[in-house]
Design a protein around this ligand. Structure first.
Ligand SMILES: Cc1cc2nc3c(=O)[nH]c(=O)nc-3n(C[C@H](O)[C@H](O)[C@H](O)COP(=O)(O)OP(=O)(O)OC[C@H]3O[C@@H](n4cnc5c(N)ncnc54)[C@H](O)[C@@H]3O)c2cc1C
Length: 219
């Protein structure tokens, strides 16, 4: 949607076809059916094609052809893909994952099956409703804080901290000027409580502020 906005501002949108290919049956499934439909509509309104159930299996060396699991393929001048997402070999070899694709953890403390060994962020799996806590930076950061508290409580022999709450929000830009947030409480009692807000100018300001804070972060 940012590319759409950029191309419109440059007056070249009519010269571009923009398509989004995803392996899932719909976009943003983790935020619920209604949010997923709103994202579909937002793409549709901008003339962005959405192709679902399209898991990429290969991108050609020149980066202009993508093949999909169903044997189909597409060509484009620019293909932007996310690399295969998997656990680092060193983690798999450590045995801490119990031969699963991601490291199972205690969802309250993020501790693995090995005592005092924790797994945070993309490498772990924390079940949440029909899905798992999304693999996003905000959750990696929140889990890091929680593990810090757990370790400190053990070192200090104080009581265990509150269990990890699975709270986190990501920004979703609809243009270069408006952003929504998507997220919520993924470990809420009774199932995940998630929401996709409306895209606003103040949402984009929050997104900019968030980015600035991360860039300025120092230990
Ligand atoms: C295109 C894209 C867009 C994204 N957008 C967002 C977003 O808008 N908001 C959001 O919240 N999240 C976003 N994410 C997700 C976010 O980047 C990840 O969830 C987050 O970086 C996970 O943090 P992590 O520390 O768990 O893992 P990583 O950031 O992957 O850190 C793991 C580190 O371990 C290192 N490593 C691996 N193997 C070894 C080894 N053997 N020895 C030493 N080091 C090793 C890696 O080099 C890496 O630096 C996005 C991801 C992608 C790919």
């Amino acid at each position: 949607m940012i590319i759409n906005w950029w191309a419109r501002n440059k007056g070249i949108r009519k010269d571009l076809d923009i398509s989004v290919y995803i392996p899932e049956p719909g976009p943003l499934g983790v935020a619920g059916k209604e949010a997923s439909m709103r994202v579909r509509n937002a793409l549709d309104q901008r003339g962005i094609e959405l192709v679902t159930g399209a898991g990429v299996t290969e991108v050609s060396a020149n980066g202009r052809e993508a093949s999909f699991a169903d044997g189909s393929m597409t060509t484009a001048d620019i293909i932007a893909t996310i690399p295969v997402h998997k656990m680092p070999d060193i983690v798999a070899a450590s045995g801490v994952s119990n031969s699963k694709p991601w490291v199972p953890v205690n969802k309250a403390t993020l501790e693995t099956s090995t005592s005092n060994v924790f797994a945070i962020g993309d490498v772990n799996v924390v079940p949440s409703g029909d899905f798992a806590i999304p693999k996003a930076g905000v959750f990696a950061a929140g889990q890091g804080t929680k593990v810090g508290e757990v370790i400190a409580s053990r070192v200090n022999e104080s009581g265990e901290p509150e269990p990890y709450d699975g709270v986190g929000y990501c920004f979703m830009a609809y243009s270069g000027g408006r952003s929504a947030t998507v997220g919520g409480e993924f470990l809420a009692e009774g199932g995940p409580q998630t929401i996709l807000s409306e895209p606003t100018v103040s949402g984009m300001k929050s997104k900019d502020r968030f980015e600035r804070d991360w860039r300025n972060f120092r230990i």
